[in-house]
Design a protein around this ligand. Structure first.
Ligand code: NAP
Length: 274
């Protein structure tokens, strides 16, 4: 196994930085495709990136926080994964266009896109600032337009595409203190359904995955009594794992899933059923 890793200084100097590690991942899928996962350095994104790499795909991901991305890349390298990192604020259309162009130039035709990047800025509506509203709408919903709009022509050119939008249980049922987040996440599925119809005859599927409460750092920071209250509402009796979400993504990107489009697949342990 050979490893080619930029220094921290090199990493910080570039505007769009390609960060490469080379390792051997087990290949289990015949067709090797270029996959872009936004927000891969987070809890769920990491599991999706790993799953895609384990299936033999070439995986690109984005980040904003350089320190975090550097540490993440080091950790992934230790675990033997090959990822290509691009600095990009997906809330910016210009940044997203540049990033997608760089991915295609570096890695080849982009055929699988997982819109996973997202943030929360919780507050009841009466206390919510316009910045809290705009930050969530731009990082969680505008980003889906920004990156998908930048990528769609490449998928159309090759006649194959898989677009997965990572929404949330709270986009389906709403949640106290999350009018911004619930609006963005519900809007994401409206986008899914409209685009699915536009590209259905072109070999491209568009689907939403709506995770329930997933055991990430965010959930880990919640006090134990509140965690216990949440778990009591989940019929399977546990929080989800990032791998539970990655599994659904891996199912949706497969060749065999070409008949599934415009769907919203919940991975929530039965916490909310439609
Ligand atoms: N965790 C849960 O229980 C849960 C449940 C339902 C849905 N979800 C959804 O699943 C997705 C991943 O969640 P997570 O828990 O893994 O979150 P996380 O650990 O906080 O990771 C979020 C990722 O998104 C990136 N990101 C956020 N805004 C960005 C922007 N404007 N431009 C570029 N990158 C940006 C972050 O990068 P930087 O740190 O570099 O900014 C980070 O890599 C989110 O869309 C979230 O809403 C999560």
């Amino acid at each position: 196994m050979s490893v080619l890793l930029k220094t921290k200084e090199q990493f910080q100097q570039n505007i769009i930085t390609t960060f490469e590690t080379y390792a051997e991942a087990p290949v289990s899928q015949a067709v090797r495709r270029v996959v872009l996962v936004t927000g891969g350095t987070g809890g769920i994104g990491s599991a999706i990136c790993k799953k895609m790499a384990q299936q033999g795909h070439i995986v690109a991901t984005t980040y904003r926080n350089e320190e975090k991305a550097f540490a993440w890349a080091e950790e992934m390298k230790k675990q033997g994964f090959t990822f290509h990192l691009y600095k990009c604020d997906v809330a910016s259309f210009e940044d997203s266009q540049k990033m997608v162009k760089a991915v295609v130039q570096d890695l080849g035709p982009l055929q699988i896109l997982v819109n996973n990047a997202g943030i929360t800025r919780d507050s009841t509506l009466r206390k919510m600032t316009i910045d809290q509203w705009r930050d969530v709408i731009s990082s969680d919903l505008d980003s889906v337009f920004n990156v998908t709009r930048s990528a769609i022509d490449y998928m159309l050119e090759t006649g194959f595409g898989r677009i997965i939008n990572i929404s949330s249980i709270n986009g389906q049922k709403g949640q106290f203190g999350q009018s911004n987040y619930a609006a963005a996440k519900a809007g994401m599925h409206g986008f899914t359904k409209a685009l699915a119809q536009e590209v259905a005859k072109k070999g491209i599927t568009v689907n939403t995955v709506s995770p329930g409460y997933i055991e990430t750092d965010m959930i880990g920071a919640v006090p134990e009594n509140i965690r216990n209250n949440i778990v009591a509402q989940i019929p399977v009796g546990r929080f989800g794992k990032p791998e539970d979400v990655a599994h659904v993504v891996s199912f949706l990107i497969s060749e065999e899933s070409g008949f599934i489009t415009g769907a919203n697949i919940a991975s929530n342990g039965g916490h909310f059923m439609e």
